[in-house]
Design a protein. Structure first.
Lengths: 135, 129
C-alpha cells in the first residue's frame, strides 16, 4: 500500500529540513567568530538538497541531502588594530554569514518542517481509519 | 441471486487506491518544496478513475507482435502547471499543494466512509436480522 511510503518521503524531508536548521544555527552561532588568517575563518554553510530518484516507480520521491557546501562569498574584513587576532596590517577576518539570509532560511525551514509533520499526521489518521474499516 | 462483492465494493476500493497514490505524490511534492529543479507532479484523478473502471478498454490483441496498450490502474503522471516559476527551477507551490493534500485526504475519508457503509449493508444482508 502506497500510504506507507509517505513515512519514508516525509521522514526524509524532516531530516533534510533539520540539517538545514542545524547549518543555520551553526552559521548564526559563528557570526562573530573572528580569525586572523583567511583559511581559518568560518564560512557560512548551506546544505544541498536533491530529489531521491526512484528507479522502480520514478513517481514520488523523498529528499536527499547531497552535502554541505561552504559559501564562496568574500569574507568581511575589519580594521581593528587593538584586537589580539589582528594580522600585521591590523585587520581581522569575519565570517561571510549574512544574518538576514540566515533568518529567512530558518523561517522557510521551519515552515517546511511543519508542513511535513502535518502530512505525516494526516496520513497516519487516514491509515488508522482504513484499519478500522467495517467495524 | 447472490451478492456480487465486486460490484458492491469495486468503485470505492479503486477510488481509495488512487486517492492513496495521489496522497503519496502530493506528500512528495511537499517534501521537495526546497529542492532545486524539482517539478511538482500529480495525476488526473478523473482520467485515472475512468481507466481503472474499464471505461478505456485495452485494445484487442490478435497477433504476438501487437503492442499492448496500458490497461493498468496507474494513471499517467502529469506535471503541475506552475503559477509562478522560482529562480531555482522548483515548481512546487507549497500553499497549493497543502490545499490539494487536504482535499485529497477528505475525499479519501469520504470513500472510506462509503466503503464502510457498504460493508455494513452487506453484513446486514448476510445476517438477515
Amino acid at each position: 500500500m502506497s500510504l506507507f511510503r509517505i513515512f519514508d518521503i516525509s521522514g526524509s524531508a524532516l531530516h533534510a529540513q533539520t540539517v538545514r536548521l542545524n547549518t543555520t544555527a551553526s552559521n548564526m552561532a559563528n557570526i562573530d567568530s573572528i580569525s586572523s588568517s583567511t583559511e581559518q575563518t568560518y564560512r557560512a554553510r548551506h546544505p544541498v538538497f536533491a530529489a531521491q530518484l526512484d528507479e522502480a516507480e520514478e513517481a514520488a520521491a523523498g529528499v536527499d541531502v547531497l552535502g554541505i557546501v561552504e559559501s564562496q562569498t568574500p569574507l568581511r574584513q575589519e580594521y581593528r588594530p587593538d584586537h589580539p587576532l589582528a594580522n600585521e596590517n591590523g585587520y581581522v577576518n569575519l565570517p561571510n554569514v549574512n544574518p538576514v539570509e540566515e533568518m529567512a532560511n530558518m523561517i522557510s525551514a521551519s515552515r517546511s518542517y511543519q508542513a511535513n509533520v502535518e502530512v505525516l499526521n494526516t496520513s497516519k489518521q487516514m491509515m488508522m481509519r482504513t484499519l478500522a474499516l467495517g467495524e | 441471486m447472490g451478492i456480487d462483492f465486486d460490484r458492491a465494493l469495486r468503485v470505492h476500493g479503486q477510488a481509495l487506491a488512487l486517492r492513496s497514490q495521489r496522497t503519496e505524490l502530493v506528500a512528495a511534492n511537499l517534501a521537495n518544496v526546497d529542492t532545486p529543479n524539482y517539478k511538482a507532479r500529480d495525476l488526473d484523478f478523473k482520467a485515472a478513475m475512468a481507466s481503472a473502471m474499464g471505461a478505456e478498454q485495452p485494445l484487442k490483441v490478435t497477433h504476438a507482435a501487437h503492442l499492448q496498450t496500458r490497461g493498468d490502474q496507474a494513471g499517467e503522471l502529469l506535471y503541475r502547471m506552475p503559477t509562478q516559476m522560482s529562480l531555482d527551477g522548483n515548481s512546487v507551490d507549497a500553499e497549493r499543494e497543502k490545499a490539494v493534500f487536504a482535499e485529497n485526504a477528505l475525499r479519501y475519508q469520504a470513500s472510506l466512509r462509503f466503503l464502510g457503509s457498504r460493508v455494513q449493508g452487506l453484513l446486514t444482508a448476510i445476517k438477515g436480522e
